[in-house]
Design a protein around this ligand. Sequence first.
Ligand SMILES: [Zn+2]
Length: 99
Amino acid sequence: MKLIYTNENYFLVHNIKNIVENAGVSTTLRNEYTSSGAGELAPNETWLELWVLNENEYGKAIVAITSAFNTHAKAWVCKKCLEKNDAAFEFCWQCQTNP
Ligand SMILES: [Zn+2]
């Protein structure tokens, strides 16, 4: 098992879980039912945690999350050649500069 994501926002963690599971990666949640004891624990110990069951699928899960967030990102302009790039491109398609 490998921790892939944690946040104090319960809905954000569930959103990430859906993205990862849609990519075919099995996950499990931790701290889902600990909020009632929050007063006795440090705040970040009660954050909902998303774990990947099979560590071999961790990379696949990261790619799924990254591409899901890129979909909502905006197009960008390359600093080097001033070419406009779609949000899906991590590097400039023309000169391969990393923004
Ligand atoms: Zn460029």
